[in-house]
Design a protein around this ligand. Structure first.
Ligand code: CTP
Ligand SMILES: C[C@](O)(CO)[C@H](O)COP(=O)(O)O
Length: 245
């Protein structure tokens, strides 16, 4: 059996939320957002170990929140971008040989389903990289400045080919290691997720997709915690196990 490490990325500042504290520390149904995300991996039988990558000024809060979770083996300081925090997780795993698979998950996605974690790990039996995604119900367009300089539609990609990426995103360690070795040598590296890093820097490496759930939202803007609370209540109403949580 492969050794699976999940890294919960909680190194962000929550600027868009504007709460005065990082959004992963905000209460969601009585527990911090971060605790929900960590609990999802603690409860996942496929996961052996959990690392938490926390905003450097809030390491002690993360240590306190995660202390009851026996799978949490380290709380590490994050970097200034999400990519830097992913690299911090990768380096920590690399420094302790024994891991085969690494799942990178946004702490800001506290409603990740157990079935999603299981599907991501299962896909790594045959794939080097896997992302979780859902179809888009909106039409998604690419924009560019028009002739008058104002934003205009430049392209309407076929919606059936589009997916919205979520986390966790999972990798065989040697794949993520090679991808980031190339990425970090690129002075123009800009990435919004880790599957994108593999796709760009290891073009021969297929990145598989498994279906996510609509409930796996990323708490990002004011009001999202209330949405997450409503989703949690709905999942609780469906009963444990049903609805995937
Ligand atoms: N330097 C960073 C930035 C982000 N993250 C984490 O990556 C996830 C997704 O990032 P995002 O939603 O952008 O979180 P923030 O960076 O906190 O939000 P904002 O951009 O509004 O400041 C979050 O769990 C966040 O804590 C991280 O570990 N390290
Ligand atoms: C990784 C991610 O959650 C996939 O949708 C997303 O790209 C993170 O973006 P953010 O700007 O760091 O929230």
């Amino acid at each position: 059996m492969p050794h699976v490490t999940a890294a919960v990325l909680a190194g962000g500042a929550g600027t868009r939320m504007g709460a005065g504290v990082p959004k992963q520390l905000l209460p969601l149904a009585g527990r911090p957002v971060l605790e929900h995300a960590v609990a999802a991996f603690q409860d996942a039988p496929e996961v052996d170990e959990v690392l938490v990558v926390m905003a450097p000024d809030h390491l002690h809060e993360a240590e306190r929140i995660t202390a009851p979770f026996p799978k949490v083996t380290a709380v590490l300081p994050g970097g200034s971008t999400r990519t830097d925090s992913s690299v911090a997780a990768l380096r920590a795993v690399d420094a302790r040989p024994g891991s085969d698979l690494l799942l990178l998950h946004d702490a800001a996605r506290p409603l990740v389903a157990r079935s999603t974690v299981a599907a991501a790990v299962a896909a790594l039996e045959h794939a080097g990289a896997v992302g979780v995604a859902v179809p888009s119900s909106d039409t998604v367009v690419r924009v560019a400045p028009g002739a008058d300089g104002a934003e205009a539609i430049a392209e309407v990609p076929p919606r059936a080919e589009l997916r919205r990426m979520q986390t966790p995103q999972g990798f065989r360690l040697e794949v993520l290691r090679r991808a980031y070795a190339a990425a970090l040598a690129d002075p123009d590296l800009v990435a919004t997720d880790d599957c994108g890093v593999v796709l760009r820097y290891l073009p021969g490496e297929p990145v598989h997709i498994v279906a996510g759930t609509e409930a796996n939202i990323k708490v990002t803007h004011p009001g999202d915690v209330e949405v997450a609370e409503a989703l949690l209540r709905r999942e609780a109403g469906r009963g444990a196990g049903e609805g995937g949580r």
